[in-house]
Design a protein around this ligand. Structure first.
Ligand code: NCD
Length: 305
């Protein structure tokens, strides 16, 4: 039987998404260190990172350990693993799945993660694939929206920043578009960073609306959710965020009173710390939600009720 891989949110049925969100809500007290559990006692998660990470890697590690499981981890696989000696991803996965019960992997190429899944006898979870997808971040963003706004249906969601290379925004579109009656406002600071056509098509195919807007200031008052991303400069070189694309205190005046601001972090120039204490800004709360959501994902992947 194929293990429960999570390579794209498309690997999840609507019931799976529902299960993960419900689990996350129930597991939040454990992520908040209020309650201790041993639900995944005896299980081992392997964490293989071929690209930099702080939050996602520690978030998965914390999630597994708070469920009573253990973690084996390599944060610099690109330079230390046997892949550098020419070992295939299939063989690497075959080895690691002997040592562990689930594999969490980040890699600049989606193809490599797919190959790992082919070779693995245990679930492989995509923790970020190049500019392509980042399904567990999208799940935690969805959790945040539903937790904070009760429902995602009918909302206007602003996708702001690097729409071309942000894997987070791409996964958000894939996942959020399962719900009803959404409007996406696409705000990229330059044409070079515009959303790839395939995602515009996906939005339309699934019956939602989108509008390309050049001015952040003009788009903000319409948004229920402001989804911010940094320039993914490791994918295309240096670029500074133009001042009129920074969500600073002055720009926050254009955000609705009941809107929320989400971001996967890290941030660069696009969100100065001066807005952090604004109650609409949820990006630091999200770090804790992320542990709970990843606890839910691990339970789903391992098939533990
Ligand atoms: C994101 C990522 O790695 O894609 N960060 C994260 O997972 N928390 C976003 C980013 O790096 O900009």
């Amino acid at each position: 039987m194929r293990p429960r891989h999570l390579i794209s949110t498309d690997d999840l049925s609507n019931e799976d998404v529902q299960y993960i969100l419900q689990q996350a809500a129930q597991l939040l007290p454990m992520a908040r260190k209020e309650v201790v559990t041993d639900m995944l006692g005896g299980a081992i998660m392997a964490s293989l990172f071929f690209e930099p990470s702080t939050r996602t890697r520690f978030s998965f590690t914390s999630a597994m350990m708070r469920l009573g499981g253990q973690v084996i981890s390599d944060s610099s696989m690109a330079t230390t693993s046997s892949v550098t000696k020419g070992e295939t991803y299939q063989d690497t996965a075959r080895m690691v799945s002997t040592f562990a019960d689930a594999i969490v992997v980040r890699h600049p190429e989606l193809k490599a993660i797919e190959e790992l899944a082919e070779g693995s006898s245990v679930p492989v979870i995509n923790a970020g694939a190049g500019a392509d997808t980042h399904p567990t971040q999208a799940l935690l963003d969805l959790f945040t929206i539903i937790w904070e706004k009760e429902s995602i249906d009918g909302l206007t969601i602003g996708l702001v920043g690097d729409l071309k290379y942000s894997r987070v925004l791409h996964s958000q579109i894939r996942l959020f578009s399962r719900y009803s009656n959404l409007k996406f406002l696409l705000v990229a600071p330059s044409k070079k960073l515009a959303l790839p056509k395939e995602y515009e098509e996906l939005i339309t195919e699934r019956g939602h609306a989108f509008k390309v807007v050049d001015s952040l200031e003009e788009a903000l008052p319409e948004m229920d959710v402001v989804s911010m991303t940094r320039f993914q400069k490791e994918r295309f070189g240096k670029e500074k965020v133009a001042k009129n694309f920074c969500l600073d205190a002055k720009m926050m005046k254009h955000v609705k009173e009941d809107a929320i601001v989400i971001a996967p972090l890290p941030r660069c120039d696009e969100m100065p710390p001066e807005i952090d204490d604004d109650p609409r800004c949820k990006y630091f709360d999200q770090v804790q939600y992320g542990v709970a959501v990843r606890m839910g994902i691990l339970k789903w992947a391992l098939g533990v009720e």
